[in-house]
Design a protein around this ligand. Structure first.
Ligand SMILES: [Zn+2]
Length: 245
């Protein structure tokens, strides 16, 4: 009681000044009032010490931050001046790794069609040309089991890009993938997609996600694995039409 009286007195004191000091229990206790006043004055520091618990940020908050960062990065990329090939020729070699079953001449011809198609990276002003040696990148049709020989990050299941090696999985080239086929995609479009996707990596692109279900997938979405509710799309979206080369 004495303590609460002191606190009340201190509050009154703080509000009304010394003349208004009357303790709750009827006695005037200047010493107790001053002591309580002191503790009130230090209270904010004490509150500060206990009011900022170091708890992990909730998942929804982390997701929100990640989404905002992704949006900001996309906006910055959209605003950045886009590299244009200006008709620049990009030479690339075509070769095989291991034992492949696909028709190599058809592979080379279709890859070249894709690369120079007006719906693809050629929009940037690049002219892709197959060369015998000394290309800027190497387009490699690889036996599925040999794909990981390029990097431990590559899988026997998928195609891959490692440095200047753009590696197309022979099984995927022949059969597409379950996700793609189930979504009604044809094999020629799958081949467009996989060439655009892996060469997209070489141009400097990372992976993208499905922006909104029902819309066309970015070509840099891993459409071979999961369309994430997007519609399959073999070609780069206009928002992806940039190059780091
Ligand atoms: Zn990829």
């Amino acid at each position: 009681m004495k303590r609460w009286g002191g606190i009340v007195a201190a509050v009154v004191l703080a509000i009304g000044g010394w003349s208004a000091v009357v303790a709750e229990d009827g006695e005037t206790d200047t010493a107790a009032s001053i002591e309580s006043l002191t503790s009130l004055q230090t209270a904010p520091e004490a509150l500060e010490a206990v009011a900022v618990p170091k708890t992990p940020q909730p998942q929804w908050y982390q997701d929100q931050v990640a989404a905002e960062q992704a949006a900001a990065a996309a906006a910055a990329q959209a605003a950045a001046p886009r590299a244009t090939g200006g008709g620049r020729t990009i030479g690339y070699t075509v070769s095989t790794k291991g034992v492949t079953s696909s028709n190599l001449a058809e592979f080379a011809a279709q890859a070249n069609q894709t690369l120079n198609d007006s719906r693809g990276w050629a929009q940037l002003g690049f002219n892709f040309q197959q060369v015998d040696s000394g290309g800027s990148f190497n387009l490699i049709l690889s036996q599925a089991s040999q794909v990981p020989s390029f990097s431990s990050g590559c899988s026997v299941q998928w195609s891959c890009r490692v440095g200047t090696s753009v590696i197309i999985n022979d099984d995927r080239w022949r059969y597409g993938t379950t996700a793609w086929n189930n979504a009604g995609g044809g094999i020629r479009d799958y081949r467009h997609m996989v060439i655009n996707h892996e060469v997209g990596h070489w141009l400097g692109h990372g992976h993208a996600t499905c922006g909104s279900p029902g819309s066309y997938a970015p070509v840099m979405l891993q459409q071979s694995i999961d369309l994430q509710g997007c519609k399959f799309n073999p070609w780069p979206l206009s928002s992806e039409m940039w190059s780091g080369r």
